[in-house]
Design a protein around this ligand. Structure first.
Ligand SMILES: [Zn+2]
Ligand SMILES: [Zn+2]
Ligand SMILES: [Zn+2]
Length: 104
């Protein structure tokens, strides 16, 4: 499943454009936009994949933390779930313990 960042419509994993507004999903899907943002953020040290509770075994297998360069493109190509891949990117930030202390 690919969610359009412009209109929020969901398109199948293999769609190249949004079924609603025709936006290019290789540029404007929420996962693509998120990945770009995380990669450009110097505070993001690594990127973790999160999966839905009922994700398929293929997606579960790929559930881990990746470096910014190695993180796989979503949706996962071999996903076998009937609704498609619903994995998401999550930032792993620099150690924020000290910063948190200062902020009180
Ligand atoms: Zn759209
Ligand atoms: Zn899957
Ligand atoms: Zn997946």
């Amino acid at each position: 499943m690919r969610t359009c960042s412009k209109c929020n419509a969901s398109s199948p994993d293999d769609s190249q454009t949004c079924i609603n507004c025709k936006a290019d999903l290789n540029e404007f899907s929420t996962t693509t936009v998120t990945l770009k943002r995380l990669r450009e953020n110097p505070r993001v040290r690594a990127i973790r994949l999160t999966v839905a509770d009922d994700a398929c075994p293929h997606c579960y297998e790929l559930l881990r933390t990746y470096s910014k360069e190695e993180v796989p493109v979503l949706p996962h190509e071999g996903c076998s779930h009937e609704n498609g891949c619903r994995c998401f990117y999550e930032p792993v930030l620099e150690d924020t313990a000290i910063v948190g202390k200062v902020a009180g």
